[in-house]
Design a protein around this ligand. Sequence first.
Ligand code: ATP
Ligand code: MG
Length: 324
Amino acid sequence: MIATITLNPSLDRTITVHGLKLDETNRWRMMHLYAGGKGIDVSRAIYEMGDETVAYGFVGGAAGRTIEILLDEEGVPFSFTPIEQETRTNFIITDTKTYRQTRIDAPGPHISERQLARFRRKMRQLSPKPDLVVAGGSLPPGIPINVYCEIVSEAKSFGIRTLLDSEGRWLEEGIKAKPYLIKPNVHEAEELLKVELPTEEAIIKAALKIIEMGIKVAVISRGKDGLIAATKQEVVKAVPPAVRVRSAVGAGDCTMAGLALKLVDNKPLREACQLAVAMGTAAVLTPGTELCHRKDVEDILPQVKVWETRKSKLAKTFSFASDE
Ligand SMILES: Nc1ncnc2c1ncn2[C@@H]1O[C@H](COP(=O)(O)OP(=O)(O)OP(=O)(O)O)[C@@H](O)[C@H]1O
Ligand SMILES: [Mg+2]
């Protein structure tokens, strides 16, 4: 079973307007509610693909209850730690006239030490233990900045691998515990390594640099160009077919779900990357925060091109010149 952790879930309200006017009254054409947050998205995508998962994290207030109801309606299992404060609500405004998307994100409720201790106890006492943990997203106020480091270490002490998807300081602190896998996008990888990554060669080098930091699998996602992944032994490049983009929100989370689904069963990295790209790309076909649909993933999967370079060849070249 794949457990996901979302410390700062959100009730996502996606609002569609036709021509957003500032300083004026706008009327929405559509409004949808989604249970959001990185780990929750990963659980929803895993469930969509027919696999087992449970979403953990904090929820509180009416927004938190709505998240539980939405997950329940979808059939996605969860076991949240209740808090008194209200879970945050994020707004995603899509303008169908300009196809621009504006997000307004809230910081999230303050989590007390007592609440965090309850969550930790719960995770420690899980039985049976999950086979893999996917943790991700921002941290709500009150949570120590090194919490991902602790989560990764704790999981490791039970022999459980963690996939971590966060950014900035949260990611920097988290990787100190050497998670099994991280998946920054190009921008997040640039921030993490404090370098610019303008070329494929630079991205491959960056992935190898992350491996040198003690992380077993480094995946750098690159939007329409798919992703580059590296381990000590190999480098994989996976590229999706060109598709019509409706909304890229949640694409990275579906990518994480694809990686988790294959790596939990110790499948080869190239297989994991192919599914990850198919799921990420299937997510951009759906509007708003809607995630990938299984049917789209199955259609896209055979169209994802995958190249693999083994270590012996890496010494000579960092490029994928030919199909292997
Ligand atoms: N324009 C696009 N066309 C096709 N596929 C895309 C596009 N954008 C994203 N994807 C798919 O989604 C995956 C993840 O995208 P990206 O690198 O943008 O992740 P991200 O920045 O982490 O996303 P998120 O904002 O959801 O966190 C890509 O590897 C690719 O498979
Ligand atoms: Mg992302």
